[in-house]
Write a protein that binds this ligand. Structure first.
Ligand code: P6P
Length: 318
């Protein structure tokens, strides 16, 4: 089976520079270390919460901090990394003055699920950035994006701009290619949404969810861990919705730079669609490191139903 390293080597000099290959090797090693930390966290006391609150206003868990440090170390050991941007840190971290790539990451997404042993993940995105002002780039300008899903298996899902590859971590610590050129099914009857937030939905989302629940065959799944829900969609199709508040059409819970953009880049590379209301997520010009956006992505034909409904809504509003 093709190893992660062999896959990178086969694209060095074409889709990947040698420097980017070093960054990706170090990120993959970081995910191996995070996976190890998670597997035995109840034995090592890395459970519960700390007294710290991050820039998101969330109480940090010990593994949030450990995972963040492991990802920062991966950046430090990569000479071409200029800045690191983390969900856990207020501002970008200068890494190497002559670096040319910014690594943007959520070190442990879904960590509120850790103590109940549910799949969580590391999400990452790489853009060209030789200055801090270059970090805020729209999602279409990502060079690479990916995530590690720490579940019954540890999977590394990666796009280098062409196709999506899924690697499985072996017992010997090798990432082996188990799905080449993953595609997201264009049709689905499975939606993922936090139904408890129905009062905040706008009429497009209410109408879509009501139609789905009234149609025989539709089902709902909601893990509460974006990487887990995303991974299910990559494997059997589906649509994920974390929509805006009805009174604030550009609001959202999920962050653009290290959740919506990297996932959106992967989803489009696998033939799916990713929108924030009636705008493709990857077209949004970022204005701040931690800005939040509405997120709807997955099976292309199902996402199209919603983007069409928003188009009709905006025409009727004229
Ligand atoms: P809710 C986890 O905190 C996260 O950022 C995503 O991983 C997940 O999809 C979402 O929030 C869960 O949100 O409203 O269900 O707690």
């Amino acid at each position: 089976m093709t190893t992660f390293e062999a896959y990178l080597d086969s694209h060095t000099g074409t889709l990947l520079t040698e420097e980017l290959v070093v960054v990706l090797r170090n990120i993959s090693e970081a995910t191996r270390q995070i996976s190890d930390k998670l597997r035995s966290s109840s034995l090592s006391g890395l459970t519960g919460t700390t007294d710290a609150i991050n820039v998101q206003g969330e109480t940090q868990k010990p593994l949030d901090l450990v995972s963040n440090e492991i990802m920062l170390e991966a950046c430090r050991t990569s000479p071409s990394v200029s800045f690191a941007v983390s969900e856990e840190l207020d501002v970008e971290v200068p890494i190497h003055a002559d670096g040319k790539y910014a690594v943007i990451f959520d070190p442990l997404d879904g960590s509120s699920n850790l103590d109940v042993n549910v799949t969580v993940g590391t999400i990452f995105s790489i853009v060209e950035a030789s200055a801090a002002t270059h970090v805020l780039k729209c999602g279409r300008k990502q060079l690479v994006s990916g995530y590690a899903a720490y579940g019954p298996q540890t999977h590394l899902v990666l796009t280098i701009g062409k196709g999506v590859q899924i690697f499985t971590l072996s017992g010997q610590g090798d990432y082996l290619l188990t799905t080449a050129d993953a595609r997201i099914a264009s049709e689905t009857k499975e939606f993922a949404i936090n139904a408890a937030r129905r009062p905040s939905w706008d009429e497009v989302i209410v109408a879509y969810i009501d139609a789905a629940t009234d149609t025989p065959g539709y089902n709902m799944r909601w893990v509460g861990s974006m990487v887990a829900d995303t991974h299910r969609i990559f494997n059997r199709g589906g649509i994920f919705l974390y929509p805006a508040d009805r009174n604030k059409p550009t609001s959202g819970r999920l962050r653009l730079l290290y959740e919506a953009n990297p996932i959106g880049f992967l989803v489009e590379a696998a033939g799916g669609a990713a929108i924030a209301g009636n705008t493709p997520i990857l077209d949004i010009e970022p204005t701040s490191l931690h800005q939040r956006v509405p997120v709807i992505f997955g099976s292309r034909n199902e996402v199209a139903k919603i983007s069409e409904a928003y188009k009709v809504q905006s025409l009727e509003a004229v």
